[in-house]
Design a protein around this ligand. Structure first.
Ligand code: HEM
Length: 445
């Protein structure tokens, strides 16, 4: 572990009142990059009245996410999300979370999600039909709609008309309202009745009404469905008990919001990376032509698409949608032997970790080749964590990887993309969104 200047006792000093809040909010990517260079793998910062440490090396991260995971809960920002996610997997804690994770996990087993492969390819193919060679498009808008459609279909077996359409609209409002709330520079307590808060409450009520109705209809229906909601309805805990309607609602909303935007952001950055690296695009297209010929991609093809897999890993390394995650210490403890007081927030800047030249030669360069062969085996366990790590790692990682691979394989066989004069700007808010989307020129192969 790299500890400089006696860290974690020393760190950026910041303003006496705001702490480092203004520097972090100003340019967080730069703040964490400079922090790692000056102070090493573990150093303290202060965010308003919150005592924090930044863990930006694999060893302290492993300590927090894996070895001592039981001593941590989600950090204070995630708690702002409870009105939306309720007691769903992302926000719940302790024994309740453990029980739910055990219950929901089988629904995400590879064998279970394999059934969604064909849906993903069909939707990707329909979306590709909307693209016309020669035009310039904001592909982030296209990909958001595509992943939203896939989320509706795989969660509720519904197209965008009827219930699922209404849910999608409510969820999109909710996601916008949640983002606004999370991105307030100084978060206001949730009991203050601002206009945004009233709008959020009304949206939650609409969403609840629809989701409860879908659950009730589904409980009464005798038609067998192939979606995630059916799998969740069929799950039983160790006492043979099914989930309550309230819990089903919380899990469904969590999976929907957790799944669709992260995936569309990852795909948008991936297309930007290909547009700006024609040699990588060429190699990827060669692999797709060789392995698929004229056939549409399918789930069975994915194990043979090794360059596509390497490219996705590399794109998630450079542009991790969840660019920062955090925890809060429940009791006094240590991280790699250094004392941490109860209540301390641990900030894990994944974006910085992924650009550390100790593990990645020329870390700013897009080089999918680094993921081929034996080299990745020598990486520290927590050097690549776009899906988090330890017991609270993303439950939808295999789902997301399958969706991204099938969408890329479907689109890239037909089209390549060229950059435009307006390159995307990373906006490190709750997720690493491309500010104003990703504008690319569509070209035929
Ligand atoms: C590229 C796409 C995705 C990325 C980058 C991503 C990233 C992450 C990360 C980093 C975490 C851990 C957060 C933490 O430790 O605080 C997480 C958790 C989670 N993700 Fe994902 N995710 C993606 C797609 C999905 C999908 C498709 C779903 C569901 C269909 C999903 C559902 C969840 C849930 C439920 C959790 C909470 C798990 C728990 O605490 O038990 N994610 N995700």
């Amino acid at each position: 572990m790299k500890l400089l200047n006696g860290a974690p006792r020393s760190g950026p000093t910041g303003h006496w009142f705001f702490g480092n809040a203004r520097e972090i909010a100003g340019d967080p990517l730069k703040f964490y990059a400079e922090g790692a260079a000056k102070f090493g793998d573990l150093y303290p910062v202060r965010f308003l009245n919150h005592r924090c440490v930044v863990a930006s090396g694999p060893e302290p991260i492993e300590d927090v996410l894996l070895t001592n995971a039981r001593n941590y809960r989600k950090h204070f920002v995630v708690r702002f999300l409870t009105p939306v996610f309720g007691n769903g997997l992302f926000t719940s804690e302790g024994d309740f979370w453990r029980k739910q994770r055990k219950l929901v996990q089988p629904a995400f087993h590879r064998s279970r999600i394999a059934r969604f492969g064909e849906t993903m390819v069909n939707y990707a193919d329909n979306a590709a039909r909307q693209l016309t060679p020669g035009e310039t498009r904001n592909v982030h808008t296209d990909l958001s709609r595509l992943t939203l459609l896939i989320a509706c279909k795989t969660l509720f077996d519904a197209d965008m008309d009827g219930d699922a359409g209404e849910v999608a609209v409510a969820l999109t409002h909710l996601q916008e309202a949640t983002t606004t709330r999370l991105e307030q520079k100084i978060p206001l307590p949730s009991w203050i009745p601002t206009q945004a808060k009233r709008h959020l409450d009304a949206t939650i009520r609409t969403l609840d009404r629809i989701v409860y109705r879908i659950i009730e209809d589904r409980r009464r229906s005798t038609v067998e469905r192939q979606d995630l909601l059916s799998l969740l309805l069929g799950m039983r805990d160790d006492d043979g008990q099914p989930m309550s309607d309230r819990q089903l609602r919380d899990e469904v909303v969590t999976l929907f919001i957790g799944g669709f935007e992260t995936t569309s952001i990852a795909l948008s950055w991936a297309l930007h990376a290909l547009a700006t690296h024609p040699e990588v695009d060429r190699r990827l297209h060669e692999e797709l032509s060789r392995e698929l010929g004229d056939r549409p991609a399918s789930l069975e093809d994915l194990p043979r698409l090794t360059y596509l897999d390497a490219f996705l890993k590399e794109s998630l390394r450079l542009y991790p949608p969840a660019w920062v995650i955090g925890r809060e210490a429940v009791e006094d403890s240590t991280i790699c032997g250094l004392p941490i007081r109860a209540g301390t927030t641990v900030i894990i800047p994944i974006h910085q970790l992924h650009r550390d030249d100790r593990w990645y030669e020329e870390p700013e360069a897009l080089r999918p080749e680094r993921w081929l062969g034996e080299a990745p085996k020598s990486l520290p366990k927590m050097a690549w964590i776009p899906f988090g790590g330890g017991p609270r790692a993303c439950i939808g990682d295999a789902f997301a990887k399958m969706e991204m691979s099938l969408i890329l394989a479907t689109w890239l066989r037909r089209f390549r993309f060229e950059p435009t004069a307006t390159p995307p700007i990373p906006q490190p808010a709750f997720l690493l969104r491309p500010k104003q989307g990703v504008s690319l020129r569509v070209c035929s192969r």
